[in-house]
Design a protein around this ligand. Structure first.
Ligand code: ADP
Length: 171
């Protein structure tokens, strides 16, 4: 009999993808056979980049830095309740990254709520790697808005897209 696949969903806004997100993707592939990177449409947060742009940036990063494992990574948009999306994808595990104590309260609440909604789905937290702990998409956007250097936090391709987007917003 075939072993059942372990499927994980790593959800987020990824506006844009940072080294911190990429590190979590990389590490999550050690835990599952298939990883779905779920990109939340998240219109409520008025993202800087469209859903298509955010997906394209993640896919680019994955192409430029292919992972050693043969785990299947699929990048997909979702615009529904996270537990519904995870169920639809056949996932047993939700992956989240934890940076600092400040992330904890929100993540704790979300994990508890998702467990109530779908008890068979487990949330797994990966603690941010030391060098990426301080990286957050919102800070990266702020740095780019004021023409700072974002390359310590995102790839040169993403940094270029940020620079271009803020130029477009000015003119
Ligand atoms: P959300 O809109 O859900 O906060 P994000 O795109 O900001 O989504 O982040 C998605 C997930 O990635 C969250 O679990 C977040 O904690 C995690 N994450 C973001 N940045 C980092 C980082 N630098 N290191 C580890 N995890 C991170």
């Amino acid at each position: 009999m075939n072993k059942p696949l372990h499927i994980g969903v790593y959800p987020g806004t990824f506006d844009p993808i940072t080294f911190g997100h990429f590190d979590i993707i990389q590490r999550a592939t050690r835990l599952v056979d298939r990883l779905i990177v779920g990109v939340a449409t998240n219109v409520g947060k008025s993202p800087l980049f469209s859903i298509e742009e955010r997906i394209e940036m993640i896919e680019n990063e994955l192409t430029l830095h292919p992972l050693a494992s043969d785990v299947e990574i699929i990048v997909k948009p979702f615009d529904s309740l996270l537990v519904h999306f995870a169920k639809q994808e056949g996932a047993q595990v939700l992956i989240r990254g934890l940076r600092a104590v400040s992330d904890f309260e929100y993540e704790f609440q979300m994990a508890g709520t998702n467990r109530k909604l779908c008890p068979e789905l487990e949330t797994v937290f990966l603690v941010a790697s030391e060098s990426y702990q301080l990286i957050a998409s919102n800070l990266v956007r702020e740095i780019a808005r004021y023409k700072g250097d974002t390359t310590p936090f995102v790839s040169p391709q993403v940094a270029e897209k940020l620079e271009k987007r803020f130029l477009e917003l000015i003119y």
